[in-house]
Design a binder for this molecule. Structure first.
Ligand code: CTP
Ligand code: MG
Length: 215
């Protein structure tokens, strides 16, 4: 079955600071975007990798990711995903991924694609280890709660319909749009390697993760 990867890399990386948008900043000598691109490109179950960048990032992309074809994303993450969904033709499955999560493992890709045999979508999750409390001081049980990562895998027809029919505020991930239409989203085991780079200190943490074998 035809499976493609979509990396959304059209953000500004404002919280990460720095001179370049974070997806082009170097992690161990390699642009952040190049790490996830390479992982998808070498995975035998992924047939094509689509990269969405901002219109004004074409020169940066040519410089830092030579030879990589791109499409133009949008002004929100959801719009960037929508551009990618429109560009994947008759693909049957898609793994949607944030360029801000540089390290993807083949094991996670396998778990996600396999889960699509029985679900419209699948997301990698990790358990919450901290104690939770709400602002008003009420203790919140962490029982049954998870932290959600990307890549998120979907049957393309399901995620296209979910995007087309979404009327809510900007969602924080794609799976919630599929659930809103009653679609099933499986939870598979995530990986600490998939942690996101958001703030300036996260770059050093990402470099420290290289070489981890956590699976
Ligand atoms: N993204 C995108 N198009 C947008 C906004 C975000 O493709 N219009 C992508 C980012 O490039 C990133 C992913 O969505 O890979 C997750 O978003 P986030 O971590 O918020 O990245 P930025 O929006 O770039 O960062 P910030 O919010 O700090 O500006
Ligand atoms: Mg953002």
């Amino acid at each position: 079955m035809n499976t493609v990867a979509l990396i959304v890399a059209a953000g500004k990386g404002e919280r990460a600071g720095g001179t370049l948008p974070k997806q082009f900043a170097l992690i161990a000598g390699r642009p952040m975007l190049a790490w996830s691109y390479a992982a998808f490109a070498k995975n035998p179950r992924i047939e094509r990798v689509i990269v969405a960048i901002a219109e004004d990032q074409q020169r940066l992309t040519a410089e830092h990711m030579p030879g990589v074809a791109t499409i133009t994303g949008g002004t929100t993450r959801r719009a960037s995903v929508a551009s990618g969904l429109a560009a994947m033709g008759d693909a049957e499955r898609v793994l949607i991924h944030d360029a801000a999560r540089p390290f993807i493992t083949d094991a996670v890709i396998d778990r996600l694609i396999d889960a699509l045999d029985n679900a419209d979508g699948a997301v990698p999750v990790l358990p919450i280890v901290d104690t939770l409390v709400s602002t008003d001081g009420t203790s919140v049980s962490r029982e049954g709660l998870h932290r959600v990562q990307t890549p998120q895998a979907f049957r393309v027809d399901s995620i296209r319909r979910a995007h087309a029919e979404w009327r809510g505020a900007e969602p924080t991930d794609d799976a919630q749009m599929v659930r809103a239409l009653g679609g099933s989203v499986a939870l598979v085991q995530g990986d600490p390697m998939l942690e996101k780079v958001t703030l300036p200190g996260d770059f050093a943490a990402a470099e420290a993760r290289i070489g981890w074998e956590t699976r």
